[in-house]
Design a protein around this ligand. Sequence first.
Ligand SMILES: Cc1ncc(COP(=O)(O)O)c(C=O)c1O
Length: 371
Amino acid sequence: MKYRRMPIEKESPEQFGYDNIRCNLTESSVSDMALSTLGLDLSSLVLAYTDHLGKPALRELIAADGKGLSPQDVLVTPSAAAALFIIATTLLEKGDHMVVMHPNYATNIETPLAIGCQIDYLRLSFENGFRFDIDQLAGLVRPETRLISLTTPHNPTGATLSEKDLYAAAALAEARGCYLLVDETYREMNFAGPTPLAAGISPRCISVASMSKSFGLPGIRMGWVITQDTGLQERFLAAKEQIFICNSVVDEEIAFHVLAHKDRFLPPIQAKNRQGFEITRDWMNAQSGFEWVEPVGGVVSFPRIRAGLGVDVDAFYRILNQQYSTFVGPGHWFDMQRSYMRLGYGWPRLEELREGLGNLSLALEQARTAR
Ligand SMILES: Cc1ncc(COP(=O)(O)O)c(C=O)c1O
């Protein structure tokens, strides 16, 4: 495996220091939750090894969200990132062919690259509204393709697959005899409501999600893989056992508590995310330096600096970061031009978001004259 550190992780706000940032518009999650707000007493928890598949009651809750899924279909992993790593290293070998969306959350591409896979990219373009196109995907799948990897709602664009798209992609995977991985990490943040769990559609589909992004719990490192393919699940479990054996009991207990009370925890999170989206949309509509494809799900968008304005893009980021202590995720985090940026509206406090958006306009104006 040829590992290399990804720019999105090297330059992440937690590595830079949260306290060094005034307006943090880089994040791809909702606001982080404090343990004290969860109403959970962990004092009697025995810190033993746990069931290797994951806490049974937690798996039951996760499976209950899909059609025809059982707790045995769920493997709880220490994060979606771990789940994606387990899937890639289980299914793919050097030289194997796969198709993956581009741009993307970097790990969805980086691990197959480190394995040495042949990759075709399902390119989402601004001009096309970052829309998923089943014919474009069908044109990239070959007889030897092992894996199709899709994300919905999508990071960094905020685009989504419809239920019809999802069924069409599952049918394509079945017809071509490959697996379809659907990264559903932002599923609860789909503005139109969650699409069905992909793993419930077909044994060829694999679902991945976590507690990080939609529940504001990235610090507990809790995610999962779901598949109805029992042979494949056994191999995923073998991979998990070799790396982790089992999960942290503390993390599992917190995840279980929050999912068991999802009806209480999720609505205020979704309402605040919606407010962040609306503030961002209003700002976007009132200015002319940036353009975007309006997101329809998730917690981020992927705007760009309009062409032809004479903006020095490097100066823009320098001014934004150094003068305004405001950060967004620059395009190079996603292997895209730096005139694109990931703008997260779900994480910052609303005043921080408003100030950060204003700072984007100010930095852009200064970078036009800074040439
Ligand atoms: C689409 C997507 N999948 C998976 C992850 C990993 O999430 P975690 O490992 O925190 O569960 C991320 C993180 O940004 C993501 O955007």
